[in-house]
Design a protein around this ligand. Sequence first.
Ligand code: RIB
Length: 326
Amino acid sequence: MTAPHPSATGTESRPALPRIAVVGSLNMDIVLRVPRAPGGGETVMAESLHHIPGGKGGNQAVACARQGARVHLLGRVGDDAHGAALRAALDADGIDHAGVQTDTEAPTGVACITVESTGENRIVVVGGANARFAIDADALDTALRGADGLLLQFEVPLPQVQAAAARARQAGCPVVLNPSPMQPIPDTLWRLVDTLVANEVEAALFADCEVRTPEDAAHAARLLRALGPERVVVTLGAAGAVACDGSGCRHHPGLRVQAVDTTAAGDTFLGALTVALARGESLDLAVQTGVRAAALCVTRPGAQPSIPTRAETAASPLPPDWSRIA
Ligand code: RIB
């Protein structure tokens, strides 16, 4: 159950496999392909309907595993067919899900997703069992033992996210936070985060400034670094990402691709970046790997099936060089 994804091959810069703990949501995605999303009061006919494993926690765990990490996932599913299917999907990627709880009262989380012909999506999540996730201290300690990083998002209750981050900090494990879906971050949590990865909308709201350009993103990232995280990365969709740390800010341009479905692109970026950092790569190389992996993800339909392996990422085109932002 803990073997790396079979096709997650590539040259190792460290002998040991990186170990990543993920605490987060598992959803069954109900995906409707539509020519265009309906407006208010409007009905449109879907072209297809698929059930696809998803959820930000599950997706990020899969992204880490396919980049060659050993992954422990903590979360919660219902005692139902969706929960069983999600566990089977984790097994297929060699992810240790002993820390995924089974809720006998609440159903597995579900995400209703429309995907338009442009690849753009709209997502509504019914939290279900995710909303009742509560940290099991023993399971968390097992996941954090020897871990090179803890990856967190906001689809499970905030107090649990905060408790996991605090425990990781005590254990000396770096914390990567993806504050999505967005909600206010308490000061105490800001100070526990080593690397924050936010999209342009989240960064704008947290920093209380406009984020339209890479320069705006760098400005927002500098403001957010002052709240605690050593590194802040602002993702900009097709325009790439801006990475800021103590040595300044850089813009990493995106890759031009034909978007089929943008679902899980952010999760793919997070997983690839987290594993690269765990391997000891620089922030810029880690962001570049994230940009390449996310670009591949958007060319494929669905959440977890669209996430590339390390070998696929390494074989993909390199984006244009990154540039410093004054
Ligand atoms: O980030 C994409 C994910 O968001 C989807 O898989 C869906 O489950 C929602 O959680």
